[in-house]
Design a protein around this ligand. Structure first.
Ligand code: ADP
Ligand code: MG
Length: 701
């Protein structure tokens, strides 16, 4: 088999996709299932047994011995409980069996998953329900192969306990309202609108030997200590640099595994920071893209280990160099194949594009706080506002051409679109090339990038559903208003002009085409009245305000109690993260760093005494001793403070108050411990320093 054939054969070979369904299911069953997937018609339970049996046969051929309901609880990771296909016959032998009811519903014990107060701990029942819109796949982990069934996860009382259910609800809401708007504008062949997502996933790879010697990396995913290496990313020579062979081999292996799972791994490159990389698949329906991103994160970790690396997905594994994000490229497509955010050649004249673009602008302006809270995590706090990532203020970059159109719309109508023109490279062999209508803006948190919006705030660990739930919901809500106005009007075209002008007048304050990293931007944003939530706790504190509760309720995405439960879980998660970091720091200092420094001071003292004893000036030894000794004593003091504030914060019973204490007291105390440890690292004998250094972790392969 030649290379080319191989690639197309591998792709999705472990996925029960449309081709497989068509080939293996009776025609009527296939049609009925397709109708459920495409049009949301409730699954005809009578065909479930047929589908299950076809899936089982296919999975057994793919080497699977087990099946599992795969779900996304509020833990920040996915969950799976495997059952084998074997079924005892009663006479000592077994047959393989997989029934419709096992495909459709599962019942894992839910008592140990976060529920944010929705249930009492003794209430254990939780259910998983097949999400047939995301394909079933067989995944191998080591020698085990299991058939994975994407599912939703909910409680005995029907409340959602996961990330997928609200995502699917938001997909429906957006489809419904977007279709209404299009139908009202005369696009009557549109019956469905889907949101699409392409996630750029950034990550770090460090050698496994270094990782295992650092408790902070093992337990927290980031370095709690570490003096900067003499060299960082200042030379910009890692970005898009030639791939190191060990890294390239890892990527090759990763791609094979992802392709088999139907993940369209497309782009791979070195990122800005040393030891940092990125992968991006081709965009697809949000729900599938979110599932696939979970698989990407999982495979990044597993394949890395096989190559004796560890993949760090944390937003800021190393201080002083870039952190990792997960840019969300988001758009909307009709069932007729139109990208609603494609401006075309003459955007000023493209009503459909303008109304959807305007709806996004208005949604982001009105619900900036909600969008901000969707990406509020402990790790992301290190990243927002740092070197590369956007600041914690949400603003939209529209670019020259669209900005011009919306300025004109604010005054009435837009009659022209600025053109890009040509660029001549002044190389005689080359023709001039088309110039884009707008440059890129890397500093914007929510940037229009030609035919989609790119939300750059999400951190590298976040579940892609989180921000998509919010984007779908808030855009759906604005579209609903627009739809109502258009449906009432006798002249939708004129009505639309009025709607666009109103949005262009009222919501353009969220548009900022300048440098989002500029200090002044914070002041400008404040003057414009844009919300600024500098950290996760402040962002999460407002998550369940009335306005946010109302929009989720109106669009049928989350009930008030479901939203409050989520807020509880997220705030609690923040406290737990900082608690783990603090306790890890305490343990590392007490068991590794202090003993090293105490030994080292002993060594210096002995040297000083021995040298003085023979009548030689020991001032050099004394100087070094004093320096290390003073810092060591200071470290002891600061670690005592850290222990005290951690215990105090831990004892606070109110969730928000506790998170605030972790942010204001514990996190700060941790940083002040770090300051001393990093100073010590730079003066203590490298031979005895117990932790691998930044230079080793970032530059040794
Ligand atoms: P960048 O140059 O911004 O780093 P990448 O090529 O790394 O871009 O990733 C861009 C992502 O945007 C890819 O996942 C791509 O498939 C996705 N994308 C492109 N068009 C759309 C669209 N219309 N909707 C959603 N995502 C899109
Ligand atoms: Mg990128």
């Amino acid at each position: 088999m030649n290379e080319q054939n191989n690639l197309t054969d591998i792709f999705a070979c472990d996925v029960f996709n449309d081709d497989v369904m068509r080939a293996r299911l009776p025609k009527s069953v296939y049609k009925s299932l397709r109708n459920t997937i495409d049009n949301g018609v409730a699954l005809d339970q009578s065909i479930a047994d047929v589908i299950a049996s076809a899936m089982k046969d296919w999975a057994l051929e793919r080497g699977a011995t087990h099946y599992c309901h795969w779900f996304h609880p509020m833990t920040g990771t996915s969950a799976e409980k495997h059952d084998s296909f074997i079924d005892p016959t009663g006479n000592g032998s077994v047959v393989t069996e997989f029934r419709g009811k096992e495909l459709i519903q599962g019942e894992p014990d839910a008592s140990s998953f976060p529920n944010g107060g929705l249930r009492d701990t003794f209430e254990a029942r939780g259910y998983t329900a097949w999400d047939c819109t995301s394909p079933v796949f067989v995944k191998g982990d080591g020698d085990n192969r299991t058939m994975f069934i994407p599912t939703m996860f909910y409680s005995y009382t029907g409340e959602t306990l996961d990330k997928k259910t609200p995502l699917l609800r938001s997909v429906d809401a957006l489809s419904k309202q977007a279709t209404r708007v299009l139908n009202a504008l005369g696009e009557t062949d549109v019956t469905k609108v889907s949101s699409t997502l392409g996630c750029e996933q950034e990550y770090f790879l460090v050698d496994r030997d270094f990782f295992e010697d650092r408790l902070d990396l093992v337990l927290c995913g980031r370095t709690l200590f570490g003096a900067p290496a003499p060299r960082g990313q200042e030379k910009s020579d890692h970005y898009f640099g030639a791939l190191h062979e060990r890294i390239a081999s890892f990527m090759a292996d990763l791609n094979q595994e992802l392709w088999a799972l139907g993940v369209t791994a497309k782009t791979q490159h070195n990122e800005v920071a040393p030891a940092q990389y990125e992968m991006a698949p081709v965009f697809e329906l949000v729900n599938i893209a979110a599932d696939h991103n979970v698989l990407v994160m999982e495979k990044l970790k597993k394949v890395a280990e096989r190559h004796d690396f560890v993949c760090l997905l944390h937003e800021k594994p190393f201080a002083g160099i870039n952190g990792s994000g997960k840019h969300h490229n988001w758009s909307m497509f009709t069932n007729t194949g139109v990208n609603l955010l494609d401006p075309g050649q003459n955007p000023h004249d493209n009503d459909v594009f303008l109304v959807f673009c305007a709806a996004v602008i208005k949604a982001v302006d009105e619900y900036a706080g909600l969008l901000r809270s969707s990406i509020a995590t402990t790790g992301n706090d290190h990243r927002l506002g740092a070197c590369e990532a956007p600041p914690a203020i949400i603003s939209i970059f529209l670019g020259e051409q669209l900005d011009d159109i919306f300025q004109k719309l604010a005054k009435g109508t837009a009659k022209s679109s600025k053109k890009g023109g040509k660029i001549s490279l002044s190389v005689s062999q080359l023709p001039s090339v088309a110039k884009d209508t707008t440059d890129r803006n890397r500093t914007s948190s929510f940037a229009f990038t030609g035919n989609r919006f790119e939300f750059r705030m999400p951190g590298s660990t976040v579940h892609a559903a989180a921000a998509c739930i919010v984007m779908n919901t808030i855009v759906a809500d604005i579209l609903e208003d627009i739809a109502k106005q258009l449906e009432k009007s006798n002249n939708p075209k004129t009505e639309l002009e009025g709607i666009l002008t109103k949005i262009a007048k009222e919501n353009m304050k969220v548009v900022f085409n300048g440098d989002g990293y500029d200090e002044e931007w914070v002041a400008i944003a404040e003057k414009r009245g844009l919300p600024h939530f500098p950290n996760a706790v402040s962002a999460l504190a407002q998550l369940n305000c009335k306005k946010n509760k109302d929009v989720f309720k109106r669009q049928g995405v989350l009930s008030a109690s479901e939203l409050t439960a989520r807020q509880e879980i997220l705030l609690d998660g923040y406290s737990m993260d900082i608690n783990i970091e603090a306790r890890t720091a305490i343990q590392m200092v007490k068991r590794q760093i202090l003993p090293t420094c105490l030994d080292y001071t002993g060594r210096l003292a002995t040297a000083a005494a021995t040298i003085s004893d023979v009548g030689v000036d020991a001032s050099a030894q004394m100087k070094a001793l004093e320096e290390v000794n003073t810092l060591t004593a200071e470290l002891q003091d600061r670690i005592a403070i850290l222990e005290e504030v951690t215990d105090k914060a831990d004892a606070i019973s109110k969730t928000l108050k506790r998170a605030e204490a972790y942010r204001d007291e514990v996190f700060t105390a941790c940083n002040s411990v770090r300051e001393i440890v990093d100073s010590l690292e730079q003066i203590v004998d490298a031979e005895v320093w117990p932790l691998p250094t930044y230079a080793e972790m970032l530059f040794f392969k």
